[in-house]
Design a protein around this ligand. Structure first.
Ligand code: SAM
Length: 262
């Protein structure tokens, strides 16, 4: 296969990529969209070849675009030079990125995790906001966390908004999905500390005894951690709130916890 030029918005591949904005389509295909040369290059460098690569004329000659084109074609994918209009529709942005890649989703099974392979791990209970989730994945990658575990019904880590917020870390950080009962069972064999975060906790997050590997458990944006989840931890901690704000944004609180435990 070689690079093809596509100019029609009704081209079947263009339509298929646009449809990946819908969660049900991502679930049905197991695919997701990553926008921008940095994100796409990150994927390619970490061994995730795009199944479809779209790029504008002006990006075609860039050495990193050429590398991504080569990786796409070598893996049997489609490489398409497309118009600005197609890039805008595919990204739902007036000012789209010049390169867009479609990749296969990868979820790591809970039982495949090796707790001793990293000092800090993150579990999110019923996270709802894709921007928070993407930012947490990026922070977990930056701090060398072992994985981000999504417990219960969470937003999709492979939505365009979440992937955007990861800034490429979606390819580097193992993502795990687990039901609440499954997580509760698996946690019994955790060799280090499981630390929950609760606004009602009396232990300061800097005063807790963190035994590595540390598994940090964060709550939902609206409800926080429910009692049955808080009961699964060794200790629950609070980040001091000294002003008028009654809580921190979930991704900010997770960042503080990750670096406190690291
Ligand atoms: N109304 C919710 C509650 O009562 O928990 C607020 C949830 S807060 C926006 C989302 C999550 O961020 C919390 O479940 C907790 O994991 C974490 N969080 C936010 N502020 C925190 C703090 N000061 N100390 C510990 N965790 C905090």
């Amino acid at each position: 296969m070689s690079v093809r030029a596509v100019t029609s918005l009704t081209n079947p591949t263009v339509k298929a990529v646009r449809a990946l904005h819908l969660r049900k389509e991502r679930e049905a295909t197991g695919l997701f969209v990553a926008e921008g040369l940095k994100n796409v290059t990150e994927g390619v460098e970490l061994g995730h070849a795009p199944t479809i690569l779209m790029f504008g004329k002006e990006a075609a000659a860039h050495p990193l675009t050429r590398k991504s084109i080569a990786a796409t074609l070598a893996a049997g994918g489609e490489a398409l030079e497309v118009t600005q209009e197609i890039l805008a529709k595919v990204s739902r942005r007036d000012n789209p990125q010049a390169v867009v890649g479609v990749f296969r989703q990868r979820f790591t099974p809970l039982e495949a995790l090796k707790p001793d392979s990293a000092d800090v791990w993150v579990a999110l209970h019923r996270v709802r906001d894709p921007g928070n989730l993407g930012t947490i994945v990026r922070t977990a990658d930056a701090a060398g966390c072992g994985a981000v575990i999504l417990v219960g019904e969470c937003c999709d880590p492979y939505s365009v908004e979440a992937v955007r917020a990861t800034m490429g870390s979606i390819f580097a950080t193992p993502i795990v999905r687990a039901g609440e009962a499954e997580f509760a069972d698996w946690r019994k064999a955790w060799p280090g500390s499981v630390v929950g975060t609760l606004l009602t906790a009396t232990t300061d997050h800097r005063g807790a005894d963190y035994v590595r590997p540390v598994l940090i458990l964060m709550g939902n944006e609206q409800q926080g951690l429910p009692p049955e989840m808080a009961a699964l931890t060794d200790v629950n901690v609070k980040i001091p709130m000294r002003g008028r704000a009654d809580s921190l944004n979930l991704s900010v609180a997770t960042g503080i916890m990750i670096y406190a435990a690291a």
